[in-house]
Design a protein. Structure first.
Length: 301
């Protein structure tokens, strides 16, 4: 392993635990938004430490697009059984069936944008006033605008001009009726911080983060994980490649990258050497220059 950030800076853990405890004390119905990815897995460990030796006092919320990686769903169910945490699942398919959203069609169709409706419906149905997420400021420029306590209006929408100053670690959880807050305990972490934390804490993660042989479509220089959810042109060829996934999202918008990294140490070395951003393999971010910010304004994450 390269001589770079070999140890996780523990002050980041202290800060994250403080934020999680503040969320628990300032809000009546918090929940952890759980994708099954490395960041939300990290949140679970931090929440366990925040309330040890007691149990985590709020549930995990997973928005299931119906096009998830099977490895992610299996890991989610294993983690819930292992930790004894409550799991609440919102299904995008339910909103499609009820005609609250319309499924996209065509070559680049994805259910990723549809999950905003499901998320907001799940928040309202369960009366959550704070949703704890694993977003980090280093991921994407729209993420960098978030506060630790990021206010959403009564329509679930985010407005950059309606955010509070956070001076001297003061976190203001006051909200108006109908409003809720997204809480980001690892906002100040980097991707390398997360991986070093996973290494030091010996956390289990889904197998798709490690190199494995997978059927993919090479479409416009991007390796799409082939499945029944992916539209395939007649002239497109399926090939088996050694790949891994750097982020975990809907199968229809998360590309693979060629890799032989089979251990966490090798993943860390690979990240240090890469020139591609972490979300460079998230196809939903490439729909427009402001794709992420547009989704955030309408209530996404």
């Amino acid at each position: 392993m390269k001589e770079y950030l070999k140890e996780f800076p523990r002050e980041l853990e202290d800060e994250a635990i403080y934020i999680i405890r503040e969320a628990a004390s300032q809000f009546e119905r918090p929940a952890i938004l759980f994708s099954g990815g490395k960041d939300s897995i990290t949140l679970v460990r931090l929440a366990q430490k925040a309330f040890y030796p007691g149990k985590v006092p709020f549930p995990l919320v997973h928005i299931d697009t119906g096009h998830n990686f099977i490895e992610t769903i299996e890991f989610r169910d294993w983690l819930v059984k292992e930790t004894g945490l409550e799991l609440i699942v919102g299904y995008v398919q339910d909103d499609i069936n009820q005609k609250r959203v319309t499924e996209e069609t065509g070559k680049f169709a994805s259910r990723n944008t549809l999950q905003t409706t499901t998320l907001l419906r799940t928040i309202e149905a369960n009366k959550f006033d704070a949703c704890i997420g694993g977003a980090r400021r280093d991921e994407e420029k729209a993420r960098a605008k978030e506060r630790i306590f990021s206010v959403r209006d009564d329509f679930g929408q985010w407005d950059a001009k309606n955010q509070r100053l956070e001076l001297f670690d003061f976190l203001n959880g006051r909200i108006q009726p109908g409003e809720n807050v997204r809480v980001f305990p690892i906002s100040n972490w980097t991707e390398l911080d997360v991986w070093n934390y996973i290494k030091e804490e010996k956390l289990e993660i889904p197998s798709i983060y490690f190199a494995h042989a997978r059927e993919v479509l090479n479409r416009e220089g991007t390796l799409w994980p082939y499945s029944d959810f992916i539209f395939k042109d007649a002239d497109e060829k399926i090939e088996s490649r050694l790949v891994r996934f750097r982020t975990v999202g809907d199968m229809s918008c998360t590309a693979a990258l060629p890799s032989s990294a089979a251990t966490i140490e090798e993943i860390i070395d690979e990240i240090i050497d890469t020139t591609v951003s972490e979300r460079g393999t998230r196809l939903d971010d490439k729909r427009s220059e402001a794709a992420m910010e547009t989704r955030k304004v309408t209530g996404y994450f």
